[in-house]
Design a protein around this ligand. Sequence first.
Ligand code: P53
Length: 473
Amino acid sequence: MVLRKDFLWGGATAANQCEGGFNEGGRGLANVDLIPTGEERRKIIRGQKKMFEFEDGYFYPAKEAIDMYHHYKEDIALFCEMGFNVYRLSIAWSRIFPNGDEQEPNEDGLKFYEDLFKECHRHGIEPLVTITHFDCPMHLIEEYGGWRNRKTIEFYERLCQVIFNRYKGLVKYWLTFNEINMILHAPFLGAGLYFEEGENQEQVKYQAAHHELVASALATKIAHEVDPENQVGCMLAAGEYYPYTPNPEDILLAQKRDRENYFFIDVQSRGAYPAYALKELEQKGIQITMESGDTELLKEHTVDFISFSYYSSRVASADPEVKKTAGNLFATVKNPYLKTSEWGWQIDPLGLRVTMNSLYDRYQKPLFIVENGLGAVDEPDKNGYVEDDYRIDYLAQHLQVMKDAVELDGVDLLGYTSWGCIDLVSAGTGEMKKRYGFIYVDRDNEGKGTLKRYKKKSFYWYKKVIATNGEDL
Ligand code: P53
């Protein structure tokens, strides 16, 4: 057998993309609630347009999403039927602390996740919990400026204290920040950052990143204190940069682009700002305000494992004539060897092996693939059944490569959770139409539909994959 016997197989979701129930159980408003579908979405995500209240004429998909808030029992039973032994989900911060800065948590919110985790365990499923997946209470953004403000560390620390104690024995795998490097590309999602005109955005982003990095180290510290069984991971939006040509200029640039992402994980896993980052910040005139004790904290509380999302490799070209035409929030040069998805994301299974090897070489810690998958349009038949061979092909190719990285290269891999195991709202576009799931949810881009769940062809395929521990793809 290629994969370890206790390999963790499952799927991943994020609160804001599936829960809905945005004003139920005492939940406060969060940045993610206020991001509509349509043209303006990207600007808002990037912190370049302010929409701090619901406005007429817009559709806000997170308000109801797929209503997992009320359907979680049914959904977990379906995950169990597929054979999941892990389910990655995130906690909505504003369910636990509606404003973010209260002294006391909201019991309804705490109880909701307690029930959910217990439901997982009843089904033999270990929860893997992302503490923040692109969400930040709106009050923290309006009152403090989100992660630009050092005080946010305190509020996050309070959240961690509460959830680690309350869920002790129920949760042992934790991720501190989803795709922490996303702060550079989608700062309103990643850190609740909105920029005033004329502001030095890079300065703000790296200062906010420092706060998140300190918060992540604190979370790791507290998690280990509360329960030595706790395993804490960092989480990177990964995908190796390839040089567009063998021109040394392209090679150097690809290395630089990779380092923009590695920077975060270097701090979280190796425990210090790397030399290249210090030099780069200095050259850009960015000054990070640190407090005494930060350096020691980062050094002493590094993560236990490295988790990452992988959708695609990326391409760097130093030639200004070569245009960036493909990709997603990570705009990249088109790779002529790769096909793209319906949303223009380049598909590169082998790039997963490259990426896994780079991460394992660099950090020498167990890896965990916590997102991977294909966003595609599904056409259900009259019974709601979707024959999604395209999704099966995509996943089978990636899983084969994942096994190669383990078997042929010796990478230590803890598990695999495919993204959006049940159809949910897209983070990038807000659409429902961009589906990743093994389970079809009857809901469309405008929020119409019965919310009924249907098993796709890939449901039965993934069940077989898990039952054979990945032997039969
Ligand atoms: P959607 C861009 C590039 C890489 C990862 O994305 C990304 C994004 C955001 O568009 O986000 C992660 O839904 C993220 C998930 C997200 C998933 O990838 O735009 O952690 O929340 O849904 C897929 O197709």
